[in-house]
Design a protein. Structure first.
Length: 218
């Protein structure tokens, strides 16, 4: 049995080896293997088909939809949308208060709804007396809040990946978001492999980065 004093006397290399050994013992999930690759291929095929179908559908709509249209259920559509936006704000606040990882998803959903709200407010109020109010609201309120939510989600993703890099013993700045690979999704790679051997001691220390501060948004 290891006590805290014994762990403190261990070298960083020994503690890393211990973490990898414990991770290997706790890793009960089988490797994704060919089944995971098949699911990935199916998902990519579905995305490609949806993109092609959507391009065709957009062309059809652009050619056939009337320029103006009197819609029914106007009150229900907007009240329902604002209820969804309220739920997104509430879920985001709860996840931030409880410091849950689902906060990243909540922030992305919130930003998406805010952008949709701005878009439809401006477009549907065009050529009406409320157009400038909708435009100012989009520029001053909705789009800035959406930007804050997206930047918060980006920051939390980078912080999460930095923690993984720390356990891998890798120093240096965190890569750009679109360069960060999915963690633990490589077929046949056990959990213990995520705890790789530390980088050489000559590695330069990580410069100051916006991903090094705390994990809470706000």
């Amino acid at each position: 049995m290891f006590d805290e004093e014994h762990l403190r006397r261990m070298s960083p290399q020994e503690r890393l080896s211990l973490r990898r050994a414990l991770a290997a013992l706790d890793n009960q999930e089988p490797a994704a293997g060919r089944a995971g690759e098949r699911r990935r291929a199916i998902a990519l095929a579905v995305v490609i088909i949806c993109c092609v179908g959507l391009v065709i559908w957009i062309g059809i709509l652009a050619a056939t939809l009337p320029r103006y249209y009197r819609a029914g259920g106007w009150r229900g559509a907007w009240v329902g949308f604002d209820i969804a936006l309220l739920a997104a704000f509430a879920a985001t606040g709860w996840a931030s208060w409880r410091r849950r990882q689902i906060l990243i998803i909540c922030l992305v959903v919130l930003a998406t709804l805010l952008c949709c709200d701005a878009w439809f407010d401006v477009v549907l109020d065009a050529r009406t007396s409320g157009f400038y109010v909708s435009l100012v609201s989009a520029i001053v309120v909705e789009l800035p809040l959406a930007a804050v939510a997206i930047l918060g989600a980006r920051r939390l993703l980078r912080i999460t990946y930095q923690v993984v890099r720390r356990y891998q013993g890798i120093s240096g700045p965190v890569p750009r978001l679109h360069d960060i690979p999915l963690v633990g999704m490589q077929p046949g790679r056990p959990l213990s492999d995520l705890l790789a051997e530390p980088a050489p001691a000559a590695s330069a220390p990580a410069p100051a980065d916006d991903a090094t501060d705390g994990g809470r948004v706000g």
